[in-house]
Design a protein around this ligand. Structure first.
Ligand code: NAD
Length: 261
């Protein structure tokens, strides 16, 4: 399969899962916009490395996904630089853990904005171009938490369930226009974010690294293995293929059996 000549925009594409998806799409020839926060110089270097290695166009956008105006500007810039967005990956996401009665209002608003509302904005802006072309792929990084809940994650679970609902609705609205809209729902994925939590948890709970991984992190994941970012990237590439043209409105679990329980 080749995605040569297609343009992909990945929100939260500067780290972890989003970066792996961007890399996987670029490996198939897609030009990529990597949206995300973090060190602008390091991000620009990452984009340059992808561009050189894969002989595609790649650049970064620091647009803040809590800001609808910044999203409008990001989408406009992408169209001007790389043409119509063919593949939209809504992946930016943050987490906050607290009992619901103590959940800070600003954290609730931030998580709903980044993990859910930003996808509404990018989708509403990308769909017209996809309809014009008669081809498009919208891939939303949801989570096992779009299907089941865990305590103390009210905003995250609500946002991810909302993202699954948005996915289904837009899939129905675009079903006859060559556009597919799907969620990929990972379980625990081995990202720097996860790795960096291990030392603190070892100390807080007096556990070994293995105990933290098995008894805390992978408690809900029957395979007792992390999902890898490359496995999510490969799923995104598959969803862009002709073989996946009849998969739309789906919520595809890549979670080591978590949601089978
Ligand atoms: P990560 O922290 O490595 O990446 C998050 C990305 O989002 C980064 O690029 C960051 O810059 C970007 N981001 C955060 N706030 C932003 C903002 N306001 N504006 C623009 N960009 C912003 O995390 P990850 O583990 O790669 O997570 C990516 C997605 O996968 C998230 O939606 C997350 O909920 C989901 N997910 C992760 C796991 C996991 O175990 N890691 C499991 C299921 C779902």
């Amino acid at each position: 399969m080749s995605l040569a000549g297609k343009t992909a925009l990945v929100t939260g594409g500067t780290s972890g899962i989003g970066l792996a998806i961007a890399r996987a799409l670029a490996a198939e020839g897609a030009n990529v916009v990597l949206n995300g926060l973090g060190d602008p110089e390091a991000n620009a270097q990452t984009a340059d490395d992808i561009a050189q290695k894969r002989k595609v166009k790649a650049y970064t956008s620091p647009a803040d996904m809590t800001d609808p105006d910044a999203i409008v500007a990001m989408m406009q810039e992408a169209k001007e630089k790389l043409g119509t967005i063919d593949i939209l990956v809504n992946n930016a996401g943050v987490q906050y853990v607290s009992a619901v009665e103590e959940f800070p209002i600003e954290k609730w608003n931030q998580i709903i904005a980044i993990n859910l509302s930003s996808a509404f904005h990018t989708i509403r802006l990308a769909v017209p171009g996809m309809k014009e072309k008669g081809w498009g792929r919208i891939i939303n990084t949801a989570s096992a938490h779009s299907l089941v809940a865990s305590p103390y994650k009210a905003a995250y679970v609500a946002a991810k369930h909302g993202l699954a609902g948005l996915t289904k609705t837009v899939a129905l609205e675009t079903a006859q226009q060559g556009i597919t809209v799907n969620c990929i729902s990972p379980g625990y994925v081995w990202t720097p974010l996860v790795e960096n939590q291990i030392p603190a948890t070892m100390q807080a709970r007096g556990m070994t690294k293995e105990q933290v991984i098995d008894e805390v992190m992978l408690k809900a994941q029957p395979t007792k293995q992390f999902v890898t970012v490359d496995q999510i990237g490969a799923m995104a590439v598959f969803l862009c293929s002709d073989a996946a043209s009849q998969i739309t409105g789906a919520n595809l679990s890549v979670d080591g059996g978590w949601t089978a329980q």
